[in-house]
Design a protein around this ligand. Structure first.
Ligand code: GDP
Ligand code: MN
Length: 383
């Protein structure tokens, strides 16, 4: 789960990281009130889960209440590469002398956290990483010894950090690492760390990604979930405990098991079609969960035809057929279904479907055949 900048900052604050004071605001009046509170100049920052906000015009400095109002009105509701701005973070502006970059990530191949530090932080760190990777000092941390103060100093010297702020930068790295481990993050990144003319070291931005599988150990973090920008079908699927990913095409996919669903996507693409989603009903799906899943697929207005591809193992095909019959009777879909059932109780399943004689539902014996059929049906409907 990605956190918004200010959620990340609040999390890092608990580990002692120094930041410029600020508060979040949901509307223009609230933003102006925070601006008045923190004083001028202040910065208004779009809170969206994507970087490059500065370049996109989502970060503005205000010198007065009047300007704060103008900027807040301009940024709220703005679209930043597909993300709508619903929230602002308003903080006291700081003077910047230098911009550094720091991050802790998982290096899966090394099986260790990797700490990175560069004195060339700011909005162009991607270019630095691509063109001059040696400008980024790195260190793998042995999880048993942890990140020690001397590690921080070593990185600071290697990165060429100004002498007078080496200790402060090393301290910040220690806090970043502690937060990364303590909150079970996958990524904790500060870009930029700023050095002010008074030689203060502050975290000006924060990007934190938490491990979803560990959220149950961190109820306060789990509560941070921001659903305002989530896709309606994905929300519906989350509520129903389904594994669902929305895609761009027009063919709804229902399968059981991630491997089967993935190969179904491939076969549909191979037949010239474009899947509208990835829906894995999992093993042992029962009739009512099938109705719930079909409802999610049908709620996507882009869907022109649905392919049900089930291989019965633990899942019994007759159970899927029953769920499907119930779903079609209940939801009365306006789009055709192509069904391929194979494996445990498949004969019984096909008999059930034949007996039900559902309008708009056809069965196909093979996966390739089913894919070709559903692609043809979707194409007919788009013509
Ligand atoms: P990003 O563009 O999404 O990475 O957002 P950041 O929070 O990193 O801000 C982008 C840039 O805006 C920073 O690198 C700074 O140059 C500038 N900026 C942000 N806050 C301040 C501030 O308080 N004072 C000044 N002078 N510049 C700021
Ligand atoms: Mn940034």
């Amino acid at each position: 789960m990605d956190l918004l900048e200010y959620q990340g900052k609040q999390l890092l604050e608990r580990y002692g990281m120094t930041q410029s004071p600020g508060r979040a605001a949901h509307d223009v009046d609230a933003a102006v009130a925070v601006a008045e509170e923190v004083g001028y100049p202040c910065v208004l920052k779009a809170q969206v889960k994507i970087g490059g906000r500065g370049k996109a015009g989502g970060i503005k400095i205000a010198e007065s209440a009047q300007q704060a109002r103008e900027h807040a009105a301009a940024i709220l509701g703005m679209d930043i590469r597909g993300f709508t701005v619903h929230e602002l973070w308003v903080q006291r502006a700081v003077e910047i002398e230098d911009e550094y970059y720091a991050a802790v990530v998982f290096d899966r191949s090394a099986k260790r956290p990797l700490v990175m530090l560069s004195t060339r932080g700011g909005v162009d760190i991607e270019t630095v990483a691509a063109e001059t990777p040696e400008a980024i000092a790195t260190l793998h941390v042995d999880p048993l010894t942890g990140f020690k103060p001397f590690h921080g100093r070593r990185l600071a010297f290697e990165a060429g950090v100004a002498r007078d702020v080496v200790f402060a930068v090393a301290t910040l790295l220690g806090q970043l690492y502690a937060a990364f481990c303590g909150e079970e993050a996958m990524l904790a990144e500060i870009n930029p760390i700023v050095i002010t003319p008074a030689r203060e070291v502050l975290a000006l931005d924060a990007k934190v990604t938490l491990d979803d599988s560990a959220l149950f150990r961190h109820p306060a973090n789990a509560a941070l979930t921001d659903l305002s920008d989530a896709d309606p079908q994905e929300l519906m699927a989350v509520e129903r405990g389904l594994t669902y990913v929305k895609l761009d095409g027009d063919i709804g996919i229902f399968g059981n098991g991630a491997g089967l669903v993935m190969s179904t996507l491939d076969v549909v693409a191979g037949a010239g079609g474009a899947p509208a989603n990835f829906l894995d009903a999992g093993g042992g799906a029962k009739a009512d969960s099938i109705v719930a899943a079909i409802e999610v697929i049908l709620s996507d207005p882009k869907v022109r035809a649905v392919l049900v591809n089930v291989f019965g193992g633990i899942t019994r095909c007759d159970e899927v057929a029953r769920g499907l019959i119930e779903a079609v009777r209940l939801l009365e879909p306006a789009v055709p279904f192509v069904v391929r059932l194979d494996g445990t109780n498949d004969v019984e399943a096909r008999e059930l479907l034949t007996a039900a004689a559902l309008p708009g539902v056809v069965t196909e014996p093979t996966m390739d055949g089913a894919a070709a059929r559903v692609v043809a049906l979707a194409a007919e409907r788009s013509a």
